[in-house]
Every structure is written in structure tokens, then in C-alpha cells.
Design a protein around this ligand. Structure first.
Ligand code: SAH
Length: 246
């Protein structure tokens, strides 16, 4: 009897597609963002993608089921921030869901010390499973709400970077992330489309890509780094925020 793994390309999304051919697509997608993805890392992405497809049958991890779209919309999009992530350090992925963007960034930069947090226990179980399956070290998944973490003195000021995709508005994410960031820490937020218009307290800077944003009493300086998602023409931005120097 044919199993899921025997089916060829074009079948219902499953696990067979996370093959060498998928890795080739992944390597090409990363290349379009100027990122050199070694085969060994593409293999780890494929393993993550395969587990995502398997677990997504039981728990809602992603609405994206086509493996090529998973390569572009999840993995390539996650690593698009690589050049804004300074070497080493402690990184928090806030509202990580199926492990994005945290796990692909960790695969690319094994030296980072990564914490992934999500308010959904099921999603955290998935992330823990992927961490074990991929054998990632210095990587922890926590089942908590971001608000609880931000109020916990053990985590306050702890992170050199907070990364966050699809959790809320820039101001909402910045209010949650700010207490968790070290004084010189940076927040990276993934955004699509004309997101600025939906934000309050947003002051554009001179060249359109720089602006300031007020979060309570704190003023953050921000730079928006635009890119195009591989496999389509969707325009995206990584918004990089840091406390304004006194
Ligand atoms: N970052 C992932 C998931 C985005 S969906 C991606 O880009 O694919 C948003 C995720 O944030 C969900 O998994 C949800 O459970 C989690 N979440 C929402 N509000 C949260 C909060 N206040 N604290 C922690 N996790 C939260």
C-alpha cells in the first residue's frame, strides 16, 4: 500500500516533499535574499518543515501548507533578518508559534543563546520537539505569556535581541519587549505592507526608512529594512528598534 512518503510532488501536503529537491528550492530562496545556505543547514530546515507538516495535521501551527510556500514564507522570511542580528548574544523569540523566526535563525547562527516563548502550550510542545529532533543546544522553549515574562525580574534586561513576527502592532510588541531588552539591545519586528499607517505615536524621519516611536515614556529609534519575499513579489520589512541615546 502506498504511504504518504511514496507520493510524488503535487500530492496533498505531507512529508515527502521535504526532500533534496525542497532543499534546493530553499537554498535558492535564501540566495535571493543574499544568504548563502549550506546544504547541512538546508537539511535541518527540511527536518523542521517536515515536523511542521506532520504536527499541523493535529494542531494549528500554520495556515501555509504548500512546502514551497513554507520555504519562502516561513524559512526564507525568518532568515531575512540575519544581517541585522549581531554576532552571538542572547536572543528571545516572542510568540514563536511553529518556531519562526527563532529556529531558522538559530540554525544559521548556532552560537546564539535562544529562548522561544509562546502562550500556547501545544505550540511550545512542538518547538521543544523540534529542538530535540534537530539537536539544538542553548535553546529553550517556554510556555508563558509575553506579559508575564516582561514582569519577571529574572528576564528583565536579559536579551541582546528580541525577534518577533506576527504578534501585534509595533507599539504593542515594543511595549512587551522593552523590559526584556538589555540597555543596548535591539528589537527586530517583521512587518508586511503599509503597516505604519496603523500605528500610533509614529514620527517619520528624514529619508522615510528612519523614524521614532514612543512607547510610554521611552522613545525608540527605528530603521525599516525593506526586502522582497522570494517566490513572489510581496514586500516586507524588518523594523529594527533601539532605545534613543540620551
Ligand atoms: N511568530 C510565529 C507565530 C505567529 S502567530 C510566526 O511568525 O509564524 C502569533 C503567536 O503568538 C501564536 O503562536 C500565539 O500563541 C502567540 N501569542 C500571542 N499573544 C501572545 C502573548 N501575549 N504571549 C506569548 N505568546 C503569544
Amino acid at each position: 500500500m502506498a504511504t504518504e512518503a511514496d507520493k510524488g510532488p503535487g500530492c496533498a501536503p505531507g512529508v515527502a516533499e521535504y526532500s533534496d529537491a525542497w532543499q534546493d528550492i530553499m537554498i535558492e530562496a535564501a540566495g535571493r535574499l543574499g544568504i548563502d545556505l549550506p546544504r547541512a543547514k538546508a537539511r535541518l530546515f527540511a527536518r523542521h518543515g517536515r515536523e511542521l507538516a506532520l504536527w499541523n495535521r493535529k494542531i494549528n501551527l500554520t495556515a501555509v501548507s504548500d512546502p514551497v510556500q513554507v520555504a519562502c514564507r516561513h524559512f526564507a522570511d525568518s532568515v531575512a533578518a540575519l544581517k541585522y542580528l549581531r554576532a552571538g548574544g542572547k536572543v528571545l523569540d516572542l510568540g514563536s508559534g511553529g518556531g519562526f523566526p527563532g529556529l531558522p535563525l538559530k540554525i544559521m547562527r548556532p552560537e546564539i543563546d535562544l529562548v522561544l516563548v509562546d502562550g500556547s502550550g501545544k505550540k511550545v510542545n512542538f518547538i521543544k520537539h523540534v529542538i530535540r529532533t534537530l539537536g539544538l543546544d542553548n535553546t529553550r522553549a517556554l510556555h508563558a505569556r509575553a506579559e508575564e515574562m516582561a514582569a519577571d525580574h529574572r528576564w528583565q534586561g536579559h536579551f541582546d535581541h528580541v525577534v518577533c513576527r506576527a504578534l501585534g502592532t509595533v507599539v504593542q510588541v515594543a511595549s512587551l519587549a522593552l523590559p526584556l531588552l538589555a540597555p543596548e539591545g535591539r528589537l527586530l519586528i517583521w512587518k508586511a505592507g503599509r503597516w505604519q499607517e496603523k500605528e500610533a505615536d509614529f514620527t517619520p524621519g528624514g529619508d522615510g526608512s528612519r523614524f521614532t516611536i514612543a512607547v510610554g515614556a521611552t522613545v525608540l529609534e527605528a530603521v525599516s529594512h525593506p526586502y522582497r519575499l522570494p517566490g513572489g513579489s510581496d514586500s516586507r520589512q524588518i523594523v529594527e528598534l533601539m532605545r534613543r541615546k540620551a
